[in-house]
Design a protein around this ligand. Sequence first.
Ligand SMILES: NC(=O)C1=CN([C@@H]2O[C@H](COP(=O)(O)OP(=O)(O)OC[C@H]3O[C@@H](n4cnc5c(N)ncnc54)[C@H](OP(=O)(O)O)[C@@H]3O)[C@@H](O)[C@H]2O)C=CC1
Ligand SMILES: CC(C)=CCC[C@@H](C)[C@H]1CC=C2C3=C(CC[C@@]21C)[C@@]1(C)CC[C@H](O)C(C)(C)[C@@H]1CC3
Length: 418
Amino acid sequence: MTPREASQAPLEFGGPLGVTAMLLLLPATMFHLLLAARSGPARLLGPPAYLPGLEELWSPRVLLLLFIWLGLQVALYLLPARKVAEGLELKDKSRLRYPINGFQALVLTAVLVGLGVSAGLPLGALPGMLLPMAFATTLTSFIFSLLLYAKALAAPVSALAPGGNSGNHIYDFFLGRELNPRLGSFDFKYFCELRPGLIGWVIINLALLMQEAELRGSPSLAMCLVNGFQLLYVGDALWYEESVLTTMDIIHDGFGFMLAFGDLAWVPFTYSLQAQFLLYHPQPLGLPMALLICFIKAIGYYIFRGANSQKNTFRKNPSDPSVAGLETIPTATGRQLLVSGWWGMVRHPNYLGDLIMALAWSLPCGISHLLPYFYLLYFTALLVHREARDEQQCLRKYGRAWQEYCKRVPYRILPYVY
Ligand SMILES: NC(=O)C1=CN([C@@H]2O[C@H](COP(=O)(O)OP(=O)(O)OC[C@H]3O[C@@H](n4cnc5c(N)ncnc54)[C@H](OP(=O)(O)O)[C@@H]3O)[C@@H](O)[C@H]2O)C=CC1
Ligand SMILES: CC(C)=CCC[C@@H](C)[C@H]1CC=C2C3=C(CC[C@@]21C)[C@@]1(C)CC[C@H](O)C(C)(C)[C@@H]1CC3
């Protein structure tokens, strides 16, 4: 790219040095967590009990399994959809079209896995394959991101993301140069964000539950709660699939290593950490505590769903009766900002609900180890950073109206605290 073409967008994630560190640290952290979960002490901090050799990580059979999985999800994505949604307007004033059939893909995957298991598919063997599977997925994400980078070299300037075109190769490879890389109508980012990793996560959880039942006669209450809560989260994401079209990932971020690795490897292998931990470290959980945890999950889900649906309904149709009575601030762009309802409580009520749910996912693992709380810690850091990125974008987009909103709603995520 010539310097003239390089975008002037401010560098994020600590610039080239920061993203180089993340390129190495993210996969290293994922493998550390996988090893720690199966080790006796299950320490989050401190060195792993051992370092696996290449023969433990590399398996052509597992790579083939991964490709079968990706192929299956591509096939389900290509099935006729109940609806085709339009994305937000792009720089060149066009709108992309997206199939809405993610929930259907989840149900069909469940049916296929169910049929497979009843025909003797050894799903309980999956937990023993997590290390080589994570290795194959990391390698695939890396090669995939290189291909995306190469593809973006031929993309028109209007197709590039605002952030991933600094001219620094490593930085742009990490953030992603092209906003919506596609092959025909197949959208790589949209597909990866919601399908193979997210559905793979619940399949890994289920495999861990089945393995626990094989080892101990029946699945534990803690394992059932973790499975149920995370299945609800994934089911919700796919049921409300259309709302992903207005997230930062789709409308702002390019598709590079961060999202490719995040979607395909990080989500299934680290988000299943609580279930991995429970397989190797069974935790007693009484009914009263289980009910309390369900209550916490329900509060988190109520806030998360309420806030996301309220904003999505408002953005789609501000005169919808469920949002028409809410107080708003007009902006110079013609759009309005909500200042009452969920979005009048804090500036990111959906993050608050998501964090409360994250707590409920860890609590069934007891309080003897820090490891199952990794997701809560990582997610807090991710959302605090994401919130700061979003606020900068909103300030650029809405100027004074955003400043007025910040004055009216002073707290970001947690009322009276942050
Ligand atoms: N589990 C996980 O790993 C992750 C989960 N998430 C979840 O994904 C969901 C989406 O998050 P994300 O994409 O970060 O952002 P949001 O859904 O919070 O969207 C932010 C956008 O909403 C609009 N907005 C902000 N304030 C208002 C307001 N007062 N009134 C109307 N519109 C407003 C602005 O866009 P505009 O005005 O242009 O519409 C802003 O850019 C969240 O629930 C989050 O918790 C996110 C990251 C990771
Ligand atoms: C540290 C690292 C590897 C960064 C990459 C971050 C990604 C893992 C996340 C960025 C935004 C995400 C979203 C979801 C999953 C995690 C990633 C990809 C999401 C699909 C989870 C389900 C939710 O309901 C959601 C659809 C709102 C959400 C969208 C953002």
